[in-house]
Ligand binder design. Sequence first.
Ligand code: ADP
Ligand code: MG
Length: 464
Amino acid sequence: MRRSSAAERLSEPELIPVDVERAHEEYERCAETPESVYENLDHGHALYETISESRQTLLEKREAEGDEFARERRQVYSHLEQGKLVHTRAKLENEGRGVTRPAIVDHDGSQILAFHKPFTGSLELFLGSDDVVYRVVSSLDARGQLTRKLAPIENLRDVGIDSVDQIKENIQAAEGQREHYSQIYGIDAHRLTHRANPFRLRDIDSHAESRAAVSASILSELLKNKERIVPVTVARNDEHGPGTLQQGVEGEIFGIEQVKRIYQSGDPDQYAYPILDLACGQFLNYETDGTAYNVVGGKLIDNGYSFVLSMQDPNAEESLHHAERHYPAGPLNGIALDILHDFPHWELDEDERQPYLDLVRDVNTYRSILQKKLTLREQRALPDSVREGDAARLVNNVFRYIFERVDENGEVIPETRTVAFHEARNFIARAHYIGMNGRPPRFELPKRRMRNFRERFEKKRSTS
Ligand SMILES: Nc1ncnc2c1ncn2[C@@H]1O[C@H](COP(=O)(O)OP(=O)(O)O)[C@@H](O)[C@H]1O
Ligand SMILES: [Mg+2]
């Protein structure tokens, strides 16, 4: 089928020979605190203020219309933003990066449970020139001081890697992607900081993961009845250092038990709903870390690795929907997306598609106003929030927050603003796709992951 051949071509960037020496040099260069770190912290902070304000206005307007949920959500935001954070001694069962900590947030005498996620990246791996693989723990303190610790990994299996060759393959793929981006955005590969370097190391200078996590939470509010998919998440930079604080969610991790329930129930269709909602969220956010551990109580709780760049392949067939043509650069990884793959007939019903279509319509209407395509009379007939472009401006600013970077003089690197603009449009294209089709496109899954997923399930089935 023509469709999947385009998708395959896009998902597998050209492999270029891996040069371990060069990778090492690259690492050394990335390991220095970049000169632009303070400027990017300031710039990110300014953008954060802007989107926080818009988000607040949006929720206030909804509250005024009697939306109880908007009121609650706004309260949680101020609680998390202003409250005093007290870490608990509770230890998490599954540690992930091992930095997330449950905390009590105290505000005006009331307490809520939250999860504090400091800005670090301990799951980064680094291949030394001696073929030794290191785990890299990076952190940035409140003053912008970067520290990195390298620990050699003795057993690669512990970090889910089969072999050094597999790492080399990953590096090759990342290099291929970087070349690709560099061409499509016309940007010097070394200025292209976001998600496009073999080790993701340079993201550290700009809190990229915190920015993505906060953005997922804010964007989820734009889809009225989908706002519950991502818990309230705010950026914090206090005595505990920079990071995010997220409202605690109750409920179980989306584990193998839930998967079993679906596949073995004899009537999987009864589970279509939570899965569809989650899968749409994972697609909308271009989630690359949507593993079972990151879906708790029917919510997406770990969104630091979402909003990867799209591959803007100019050669992809015109017949493909915009959302498919601009395939995500990294393979999407989402447990709900994987399950949905097995149930091609599951689709959101009409009511559930409406919020997606409403968002797309509001954004497009505002664009028409800017392009002077609407008469004053037509404009007057619109609700205030649409005429003033609340959603459209918020989407644009959120994507600036995710992608826009400044140089060491504090000047916006123009290409990064272009990237932000493209990605905001792609986001709307994805919402449109879901609104029209009732589900995400059926992406070809990376073969290895699918095999593991099926094998694991098959094994469980045969033993239970
Ligand atoms: N908002 C939340 N509500 C409930 N549990 C959470 C929440 N955030 C994190 N957790 C728990 O903490 C674990 C680690 O947090 P996570 O955000 O996934 O960080 P990482 O995977 O980077 O370590 C999760 O798998 C989950 O069990
Ligand atoms: Mg996690």
